[in-house]
Structures are given as structure tokens and as C-alpha cells.
Design a protein around this ligand. Structure first.
Ligand code: ADP
Ligand code: GLC
Length: 477
């Protein structure tokens, strides 16, 4: 049995802005079910919900700050969660990265530097918890200083750093290094310095014993300039220590047979039940109720990564096709406005919901026929897996985890029963448009469509396999 400290800036269902929370809320459970002693550590944000009140454990002093550690549990599991409680940094409403108005926290570097210091104290068993991990599993830039700081310790636990997204690196002006009072030994180009700036993610990439990312394809892509954002050289240099492990999904949260948010539960055997969810969704969104018109859905952060610009360029042409389109998301304000303009122009065809809405995300997965995910890059992506589980056929661009989890519906894959979606290559609107037209042709042939739905719903996206791969890595290091 390994003792694992799992550090993350967000964990579902306590707090979530994206897929990292889904992973942090489900991978530790899978590892615990494999018999491992795993504990999650994360900041105690004011916006945390769905958990028992934290029980006071101890106070730890780092960098002249007295920080409390509280203990709660991940709901419906035995996994302990240690909350790093420091109200001057985390006691505000808003999300882990942005304030209520959508602006990044100005002191975000201070916040996560403090978080990293506490993780180090816990990892070194200096927080009076009488528990020393064998492995510290860090996730994304917010935890990047942990492997760096631990590298300076004697008798330290092994470290693994998982990249969920290379586009977010935690870059700060060089002056922040001094202000954060970080040890001088780490300040050099072979440390956490990046062209005169402080790079949190470099701490993970340079110092962790192993690096993983969330799909095998993305592990290759980030070694190239297009996806490496200036760190492709370091990643290529460390390629022997870098691997890709595809994310699993929480099959209890995302299960059409049991999902409490949807109006009719269904399975691959009772696919007709999906129809009722479509009717309910059309009604809820104010779209004409029509069982025959294919309903397209998109859920996600409205940022460059997700290829929403491709969707926007296609929309004028798409509206002349026999279909309906619904989108749920928030992010870039100019994208939000453009989408809302389209919805006003075509109320019969397009329904846009701006905001974050978990029940609606489930209802869209259940009620839609086709799911759009034309990402420019996608380290793993979870919605294409949820979609397949719900028999909602994904249209994806061939990149990152999308390439690794969706099989294009071509004659060969139709024959051997692996076809589970529609895949296109180029990040251009014309290619997405083609893929949409291809999906309409497949959709009209009811028996072919059912076959693809059943293939998709039969795939195993559970954590078991991937959690075992993490376990093998923990054992190696
Ligand atoms: P990323 O982490 O890049 O945002 P993923 O596909 O890995 O992308 O995960 C996104 C997660 O966030 C999914 O669980 C998705 O359903 C959820 N999500 C994204 N936007 C919204 C929203 N507006 N409302 C509800 N859930 C959302
Ligand atoms: C990131 C990526 C997404 C991935 C998620 C969880 O936010 O953008 O592709 O699925 O992390 O690993």
C-alpha cells in the first residue's frame, strides 16, 4: 500500500471550474478502491460546498503566516481532504482563479506559493499529522513549486507532476521571486526561472521524478512548439520521464441509467428513453419540439482552446441545415455576445445558455443527439467521454485526448464495431462544417446511428485501467 498526497487547486464536488476538478474528485477514489492510502490537499475556498464542515487539525507556520489545516472527506467516499485554511488568501467569494467579476486574483501567485509551501510541510511530515507520504502527486501550475521545493529536502517523498494544460503556466515577473521569499538555489534557467520570469509550472516539469499528462497524444504534442508554449525543449529533454495516461470518468456521476438530473434514465438497451430527454431539453430551452431534427450540443469554457471560433464561423451556414444547436458555457465576453446575437437571430434553431450549470450539463448530454468538441488543442477532454456514455455522438477534432478516445465512423470501424463518433483533422471552419454534414448523413440512417450509439455506450471509460497505470508509476518512483 502506498501513501499518496494528492495536491490540486480544485476538486469536484467541493469546487470546480473545469476538468481538473473532475479528475481530482475521481482518481483518488479509484486509487483508494485499489487499496491505497490517499489524501487530497487543496485550499479552503469560501465557495467550497457539498462537504462536512472541516475539523481543525493543526496550525502550520510558513513564511511568517499561520495557516490552519482542516480535515473533511470527499462526499460518498472514504478519501480524506485536507483544506489549507488561510482566509486572507482564500476567504473570498469567486472561483479559485477569478473574482466575482471574472478578473484574475491580483495576488494569485502569493496564494498558490503559500499553498505549495504547506503541501511541502505536510509532505515532509512537519505538520504534526503523523503521516508521511511515499509520493506527492501534483497537478498543474498551482502545485508546480512543490517538486521544486521538495528537491531541496533530504529524505523527501517521490514526486509526480501531472500536466492538465500547458496553456496555463503560472508565469510572474521576476520580482515576484524575491517578494515570495523563495530559496535562491532555485532561481536559474535550469530551475524555475523562465526568461527572467518566475514559472510555477517549470518547477514541476524540471524537478518532479515523473511527469505525466492526460493523454498519450498530448504527451507527444507538448514536445513540439505548437503545443509546448516555449517549454517544448524541456519536455523533450525529459521525455524518458514523461508519459501520457488518459483520464477516466466518474461513472457514478455520469451514468444515464442512474443520473438523477435527467428526466428519463436509459441504457444502450433502452435507447428510446433518450428521446424523452430530448423532448424535455427542447422544451426547457424553448426550442421547437421535434424528435426528428438532430440536436447538437456544446458545453465548455468559452476560450480559444475549445475552437468556439470555428463554430462561430460555421453558424451562418449551419442555420440553413435541418438541425438545432444548443450551447452552455461562459468565458470570453466577446464570444458570449456573438453567440447570444445568433440565438436572437435564430430562436427556432439556436439556444445559448451563458453560465455554469451542472444539472443542465447532464440534461444536455442526455437530450442531445450530437456533441461538438472542435478543440484547437485538448489535453484529454472529458465531455467527449460523457457524451459517448450517453449515446450522444461526439464530433471532435483529431488532437490530444480527443484523438485517443473517439473512433471515427468509417467503413472499417463500422464493420469491426469500434466506430463511436466523427473525427476531423484541420482546425478550420470548413473541416468542421464537413464533419457536421457527415454526421447528418449518418443520423438519417437510423440503424447505422443506433449502431454507433451502442458502440459508444459500450466503451469502458472507468478509472480502473488508468488508476492502475498511476499506481505502477508510483511504485516505480
Ligand atoms: P476543461 O478542463 O479544459 O474545461 P474538460 O472537458 O476536461 O475541459 O472538462 C470540463 C468539465 O467542466 C466537464 O465536466 C464539463 O461538463 C464541465 N463544464 C464546463 N463548462 C460548464 C458549464 N458552463 N456548466 C456546467 N459544466 C461545465
Ligand atoms: C484540462 C484540459 C482538459 C482535461 C482536464 C482534466 O483542463 O483542458 O483537456 O480533460 O484538464 O485533465
Amino acid at each position: 500500500m502506498k501513501k499518496i498526497l494528492f495536491a490540486s487547486s480544485e476538486t469536484h464536488p467541493l469546487i470546480k471550474t473545469g476538468g481538473l476538478a473532475d479528475v481530482a474528485g475521481s482518481l483518488p477514489v479509484a486509487l483508494s478502491e485499489l487499496g491505497q492510502d490517499i489524501r487530497i490537499i487543496m485550499p479552503n475556498y469560501q465557495a467550497i460546498k457539498n462537504c462536512e464542515p472541516g475539523r481543525f487539525l493543526c496550525t502550520v507556520r510558513v513564511n511568517n503566516c499561520d495557516v490552519n489545516l482542516l480535515e473533511t472527506r470527499l462526499p460518498d467516499s472514504e478519501v480524506p481532504v485536507w483544506l489549507v485554511d488561510y482566509p486572507p488568501f482564500f476567504g473570498f467569494s469567486g472561483n479559485p482563479y477569478l473574482d466575482d467579476t471574472g478578473k484574475p486574483w491580483p495576488d494569485i501567485g502569493d496564494r498558490f506559493a503559500l499553498f505549495c509551501r504547506i503541501v511541502v510541510e505536510v509532505a515532509m511530515n512537519r505538520a504534526y499529522l503523523d503521516w508521511k507520504p511515499d509520493v506527492v502527486h501534483c497537478n498543474d501550475w498551482q502545485t508546480g513549486l512543490v517538486p521544486a521545493l521538495l528537491s531541496l529536502e533530504e529524505y523527501r517523498p517521490a514526486t509526480l507532476f501531472t500536466i492538465h494544460n500547458m496553456a496555463y503556466q503560472g508565469l510572474f515577473p521576476g520580482s515576484a521571486y524575491t517578494l515570495l521569499n523563495l530559496p535562491g538555489q532555485l532561481w536559474h534557467p535550469d530551475g524555475v526561472e523562465y526568461h527572467g520570469m518566475l514559472s510555477f509550472i517549470k518547477g514541476g516539469l524540471r524537478f518532479a521524478d515523473r511527469i505525466t499528462t492526460v493523454s498519450p497524444t498530448y504527451a507527444q504534442e507538448i514536445q513540439k512548439p505548437e503545443f509546448g508554449y516555449g517549454l517544448e525543449g524541456l519536455l523533450a529533454y525529459r521525455r524518458d520521464y514523461l508519459s501520457g495516461i488518459i483520464n477516466g470518468i466518474d461513472t457514478t456521476v455520469w451514468n444515464p441509467e442512474k443520473d438523477a438530473y435527467i428526466s428519463q434514465n436509459y441504457s444502450a438497451k433502452t435507447l428510446t428513453g433518450k428521446q424523452q430527454n430530448k423532448t424535455a431539453l427542447q422544451e426547457q430551452l424553448g426550442l421547437p419540439i421535434n424528435p426528428d431534427l438532430p440536436l447538437f450540443a456544446l458545453i465548455g469554457r468559452l476560450v480559444d482552446q475549445k475552437g468556439i471560433d470555428l463554430v462561430l464561423s460555421c453558424l451562418p451556414e449551419i442555420t440553413s441545415l435541418p438541425l438545432q444547436f444548443t450551447l452552455l458555457g461562459s468565458g470570453d465576453k466577446s464570444i458570449e455576445l456573438k453567440l447570444q446575437d445568433f440565438a436572437r437571430l435564430y430562436p427556432e434553431k439556436i439556444a445559448i445558455t451563458i453560465g455554469y450549470n451542472e444539472p443542465l450539463a447532464h440534461q444536455m448530454e442526455a437530450g442531445a443527439d450530437i456533441f461538438l468538441m472542435p478543440s484547437r488543442f485538448e489535453p484529454c477532454g472529458l465531455n467527449q467521454m460523457y457524451s459517448q456514455r450517453y449515446g450522444t455522438i461526439p464530433i471532435v477534432r483529431k488532437t490530444g485526448g480527443l484523438a485517443d478516445t473517439v473512433v471515427d465512423s468509417l467503413p472499417e470501424s463500422m464493420t469491426n464495431g469500434t466506430a463511436s463518433g466523427i473525427v476531423f483533422n484541420d482546425a478550420v471552419a470548413a473541416a468542421l462544417h464537413e464533419a457536421i454534414k457527415r454526421s447528418l448523413i449518418l443520423y438519417t440512417d437510423k440503424s447505422t446511428w443506433k449502431k454507433i450509439q451502442r458502440n459508444a455506450m459500450g466503451k469502458d471509460f472507468s478509472w480502473l485501467n488508468s488508476a492502475s497505470q498511476y499506481l505502477a508509476l508510483y511504485e516505480e518512483i
